[in-house]
Design a protein around this ligand. Structure first.
Ligand code: SF4
Length: 370
């Protein structure tokens, strides 16, 4: 089963932490959207698995498009792929694009999952992040979606912001739980060079929080969400039972996916590629950068993505996919890391979710080198 990712690379305003592929020049949007339809027609054979399980509109800001424009992509996908098992169609939305009219138009599409970029309800934190919505708008947008009958809503939240500690996290999560969501993606703020936060940090006006505080906040989110009955199923993701993200899960399990739009990645089992033309050039020229994954790359990716998930690695699957010798060597290596939180039991190797934030360095110990 495969996934389709449609990247709408436009934003009205650039958030202080964001290093995604996007443009604030909305004038090139109509031409880019037409070019994306052409790309889907011309490039869909890049993936061999024609059975689409999920479609994901990400960005950028997909809610800059009218719901009818989103549905046009879905209809096009249905002409190209086998959509008989298509179960999840997600759209990322920005709270201040949402009003009754938009929600009602969205209900007339086949979209069945809403991903809302909340980040926080705290207006001071939102201003610092240069988000274009307020806490009150976020609250209202979530309620509008819920009351219109969307029963699968996920919110994004950012923690790890210097100057905003436990109180903000507690109040943000309480509010989300009070409104009623089915899924949460909670990301630790990273300060990337080339972003507003990166420039502020270089001038000494902003800083990353220390490791101890990071871990503390990660555990706080973990505790609140799991106490509320959510499963912490991946390092950054929490779901009520039956509401895990199908689309993201397919990235983590090595399924094929087709990415449409400038900056979107595609993967067909051996090659990952992406089109990195500037947004205003994409409509007239399209070329791809390719990364060929060899056996060691695929093995290391499997180890990394699996250990970031609650299930960890099933040693029989590892043996089937990469050979029994490797599985044996991996098990011995993992046992050597038990003191660092790695658990080896019942034919599985895993890292308990509350230890996952500090797990990347441990996971890298299990990588093979070329
Ligand atoms: S809306 Fe999303 S993609 Fe656009 S700048 Fe903000 S974080 Fe980045």
């Amino acid at each position: 089963m495969s996934g389709l990712y449609i990247h709408i690379p436009f934003c009205k305003r650039i958030c202080a932490y964001c290093d995604f592929f996007k443009s604030a020049d909305l004038r090139s949007m109509p031409a880019a959207i037409e070019a994306m339809h052409r790309e889907m027609d011309e490039e869909n054979r890049f993936i061999g698995d024609r059975r689409l399980q999920s479609i994901y509109f990400g960005g950028g800001t997909p809610s800059l498009l009218h719901p009818d424009e989103l549905q046009r992509f879905i209809d096009q996908a249905a002409e190209i792929f086998d959509t008989s098992q298509l179960r999840e169609i997600t759209v990322e939305v920005n709270p201040d694009d949402i009003d009754e009219k938009y929600v009602s138009a969205l209900r007339n599409t086949s979209i069945n999952r809403i991903s809302m970029g909340i980040q926080s309800f705290d207006d001071r934190a939102l201003r610092l992040m240069n988000r274009r919505h307020t806490g009150a708008q976020a609250d209202r947008a979530l309620r509008l979606m819920r009351d219109a009958g969307f029963g699968n809503i996920t919110a994004d939240l950012i923690f790890g912001i210097d100057g905003f500690g436990d109180e903000r996290i507690e109040s943000d999560i309480d509010r989300l739980l009070g409104i009623g969501i089915q899924h949460l993606s909670a990301y630790h703020l990273t300060i990337e060079p080339g972003t507003r936060f990166g420039r502020m940090a270089a001038r000494g006006e902003f800083r990353a929080i220390d490791e101890e505080q990071s871990e503390h906040e990660f555990r706080l989110v973990h505790r609140m969400m799991t106490e509320a009955g959510f499963e912490h199923y991946e390092v950054s993701n929490y779901a009520r039972e039956g509401y895990r993200s199908l689309h993201n899960s397919s990235y983590w399990t090595g399924a094929e996916y087709l990415g449409i739009g400038p900056g979107a990645h595609s993967y067909n089992g051996t090659v990952r590629r992406w089109c990195e033309q500037k947004v205003d050039q994409y409509a007239t020229a399209r070329s791809y950068t390719e990364e060929h994954l060899d056996d060691i790359d695929r093995y290391n990716e499997f180890v990394m993505t699996s250990l970031r998930r609650i299930e960890g690695i099933d040693l029989d699957t590892l043996s089937e996919r990469f050979g029994p010798e490797r599985a044996e060597r991996f098990t011995a290596q993992a046992k050597g890391l038990e003191g660092y939180g790695v658990v080896v039991e019942n034919g599985r190797v895993r890292i308990p979710p509350e230890r996952m934030l500090v797990s990347d360095a441990v996971i890298e110990e299990l990588f093979e080198t070329k």
